[in-house]
Ligand binder design. Structure first.
Ligand SMILES: Cc1ncc(COP(=O)(O)O)c(C=O)c1O
Length: 444
């Protein structure tokens, strides 16, 4: 067989640099390579394998559904589709709402935008999102994202998308000096932009409710303030829960940390929805929004919308989160991981800030100098020494994810507690070595 390196076009990399091991199996938080190495997965692959790998209940549900019925379009009913919608409405408390199924996160976000524009009667309505966000890599979601990697590929204004500054307290674009002041200012930026464009011309605000892959963790007061502003001016609020949902941030859905007051009008899901065992995304709509859309023609569709196999995996995934108390486990282990990282920060000068802690998700931002907060390398570059850290970790059997100067820690919620502790010990040792590599002058 020809090497994958020569035949496949891989995402988010230079093809000439792609040189990853081949994975042939997995169990729990571990992956297995074709060379027989066991790797502890400390990022849940792309923050999606929340249930770990090859979860037995999900595998069995896929097997049983495959035997009974692999596929029927959503012009016909399908039992796992109906059951999954019912479960999602129950877990989110959108009891009289509806669910639209997609294939992943990007098309869920595109459809959420479509539904708000249709329901608000503003087919060309503006959508407000923020810088330093990620909502997908299709053309519309590149416009929705505030992502410097893809910013030159699309003009957001051409798709009626406008960006506001992010609630990034460590480097606040509004110049504030506390987390809560940053949250207030960033939410006010949204209110001001709605005012400038006129609420009658704005269809929706789309934001990650807690954490996102661009490494921002919003201050606690941000989401409630955003909800208040959008409610006051009658603009729909969409929570992108693609990454933050299904326990990652310590709740079924991250907005739930703010209670009923934080309830969005819609939320988008993918990743943890099936624990990534099969591709699936969803838009969950409030009852009020569903009532508006019900009598109208819905001019949209995806051939695989609500694919029975994926929905069967989704039902089994939700049953597993529940049966194994994984949401609570994520909250407990996430708090412990966060406190361990804060201790690590006291000893490791390259750690500028540790963010997260609401579940098994944390971001470490690396700096050259903690006082000046000078970044380790200009965003979004990955410092060559940080690449070396990732390589050394992999050789030691742990896969960490990095993005620019950020280490994103997001292990499967089923991770063994000893594995978690050992991986953090390894990380601290490697950060110590990284400090030496960065601070030792190189000889000519
Ligand atoms: C917050 C968020 N939204 C949307 C997406 C896009 O999802 P997908 O890759 O399934 O299209 C991602 C993927 O990383 C994400 O993290």
């Amino acid at each position: 067989m020809r090497a994958e390196q020569e035949t496949v076009l891989h995402s988010w990399c230079r093809q000439t640099e792609w040189n990853a091991p081949t994975i042939v199996g997995g169990a729990g938080a571990h992956l297995q390579t074709d060379a027989g190495q066991s790797i502890l997965d400390f990022s849940s692959l792309a923050e999606c394998s929340n249930l770990g790998h090859q979860h037995p209940r999900v595998i069995e549900a896929i097997r049983a559904q495959a035997q009974q019925l692999c596929f029927v379009t959503n012009a016909w009913g399908a039992q796992p589709r109906a059951r999954l919608a019912e479960l999602l409405l129950e877990k989110s408390g959108f009891s009289d709402g509806r669910v639209y199924f997609t294939l992943g996160g990007a098309d869920a976000n595109e459809h959420a935008v479509k539904f708000t524009r249709q329901a608000s009667g503003k087919p060309q309505g503006w959508v407000i999102t923020r810088d330093r966000s990620y909502h997908g890599a299709s053309y519309a979601t590149m416009a929705l994202s505030g992502d410097s990697r893809t910013a030159t590929q699309i003009d957001p204004a051409s798709l009626r998308v406008a960006h506001v500054p992010p609630p990034y307290a460590y480097r606040c674009p509004n110049g504030t000096t506390s987390a809560s002041a940053c949250g207030t200012a960033a939410a006010a930026n949204v209110a001001e932009l709605i005012d400038t464009r006129g609420a009658a011309n704005v269809a929706a605000v789309l934001m990650e409710a807690n954490a996102g892959t661009n490494g921002i963790v919003a201050p606690d007061n941000y989401w409630p303030a955003l909800r208040q502003h959008t409610r006051e001016c009658g603009v729909y609020l969409i929570a992108d829960e693609v990454m933050s949902g299904f326990g990652r941030c310590g709740e079924w859905f991250a907005w739930q940390r703010h209670g009923e007051e934080g309830r969005p009008d819609l939320m988008t899901l993918a990743k943890g929805l099936t624990g990534a065992h099969l591709p699936l995304g969803a838009v969950v709509l409030s009852g009020a929004l569903a009532r508006v859309l019900e009598p109208q023609m819905l001019y949209t569709g995806l051939t695989y919308c609500g694919h029975p196999l994926s929905c069967a995996a989704g039902v089994a995934a939700i049953e597993s989160y529940q049966a194994e108390n994984l949401i609570e486990r994520s909250r407990r282990l996430g708090a412990a991981m966060y406190s361990r990282l804060q201790q690590m920060q006291q000893r490791q000068p390259l750690i500028g800030e540790v963010r997260g802690g609401h579940g098994l998700f944390a971001v470490i931002e690396l700096v050259r100098d903690r006082t000046s907060r000078e970044p380790l390398s200009p965003w979004p570059d990955l410092h060559v020494a940080l690449k070396g850290l990732l390589r050394a970790a992999l050789e030691a059997g742990v896969s960490f994810a990095a993005r620019g100067n950020l280490l994103l820690l997001a292990p499967p919620l089923v991770i063994d507690e000893k594995d978690l502790a050992d991986a953090l010990d390894l990380l601290e040792r490697l950060l110590g070595e990284l400090t030496v590599a960065i601070t030792t002058p190189t000889r000519a």
